[in-house]
Design a protein around this ligand. Structure first.
Ligand code: ZN
Length: 329
């Protein structure tokens, strides 16, 4: 399933990010908000369109450059007065199989793959104008989004990007299924977000178990993460179809696992399922609204658990900023 995504000409980035430690404060044993790179937006608008997996409705997304500090915002261009919702966990609800953002009439659904592409490519400020609530499902991955955004190019803005350095471990879930963040040993200037996803549906499942680790590196997102497609078991696919959902989606549009592996389809990576769960995790953590420094380990977690962690991180970042502003005043 395609969706024709119009892409604009690429121009070289203007300038390079400069280090800025102006917001640095606090003790080493405490969570710290600071800034290590400049904020970005896209250099040119770009368009991605396609049908939603659940609704089957065509949605055309127009990504527009936005100013520093505005973050990612979804605009319902199809509704009167074009209501909008910021891509922050304050407006999120982790549904069992998807992530929804809502503010009054501005409701957008299945935003995780769009958010994953933006966060994975470190594009911080953008307006996403939509013509429907459900994001295009495309091939079940974030590849078309990442391709269009990469081709649009990045523009560096004159403002520091806020970064939350996590200093204490925090876990959501139980022993079977959890997502946890831990502090990262700080070696000099190496501050990054390391991610690990552990997938294990048990020996009976046709979905291969695995473990995938990745560190957010915008130069690698397009090739390493973006092509990994979503997956579903044949039984679950039948259940959804019987409820009238995803009626137009076929085994060629995403990975449907039967007894002997993907039906009528081939894996793009041996560990494609695990990579896709990591793609989702990136999109869900993006709703924290800042860069994160730490190590996240997710074991069989889904959008609901990921959303709990993102909300906790978002609140922590807000507290740190308030604390900083208080000290600065
Ligand atoms: Zn997904």
């Amino acid at each position: 399933m395609g969706g024709d995504f119009g892409v604009v000409k690429v121009t070289p980035e203007r300038g390079t990010p400069q280090l800025n430690f102006a917001l640095e404060h606090g003790r080493a044993d405490k969570d710290v908000m600071r800034a290590s790179r400049q904020q970005t937006t896209i250099a040119r608008p770009c368009i991605v369109s396609g049908r939603g997996f659940w609704s089957g409705r065509l949605n055309t997304l127009t990504f527009l450059p936005a100013s520093a500090g505005s973050g990612v915002r979804f605009v319902r261009a199809d509704l009167p007065n074009c209501p909008s919702v910021p891509a922050l966990s304050d407006f999120g609800s982790g549904m069992p199989l998807r992530t929804r953002l809502a503010s009054g009439p501005a409701v957008v659904d299945m935003v995780e793959h769009v958010m994953s592409a933006l966060y994975g490519l470190q594009i911080d400020n953008v307006e996403v104008h939509c013509t429907e609530s459900e994001m295009p499902g495309l091939d079940g991955s974030s590849h078309a989004y990442a391709l269009a955004l990469s081709a649009a190019g990045k523009r560096v803005l004159d403002a520091p990007r806020k970064e939350l350095i996590v200093s204490q471990p925090k876990q959501f879930g139980d022993e079977q299924r959890f997502v946890r963040i831990e502090p990262l040993p700080l070696h000099g200037s190496i501050r990054k977000l390391q991610l690990e996803y552990q997938l294990d549906f048990g020996g009976q499942s046709p979905v291969p178990s695995g473990n995938f680790q990745w560190t957010i590196l915008p130069d690698q997102y397009l090739e390493q993460i973006a092509p990994a497609r979503t997956f579903i078991s044949w039984e679950d696919a039948q259940k959804l179809r019987s409820q009238g959902l995803g009626a137009h989606v076929t085994e060629r549009d995403l990975l449907v696992f039967g007894e002997h592996g993907p039906i009528d389809n081939q894996l793009r990576f041996d560990d494609e399922c695990c990579r896709h769960k990591l793609l989702d995790l990136i999109g869900d953590l993006a709703l924290a609204g800042c860069d994160l420094v730490g190590r996240v380990i997710a074991c069989r977690s889904g959008h609901q658990l990921n959303a709990e962690l993102a909300t906790w991180l978002r609140n922590l970042a807000q507290q740190e900023l308030e604390c900083h502003q208080h000290h600065a005043a």
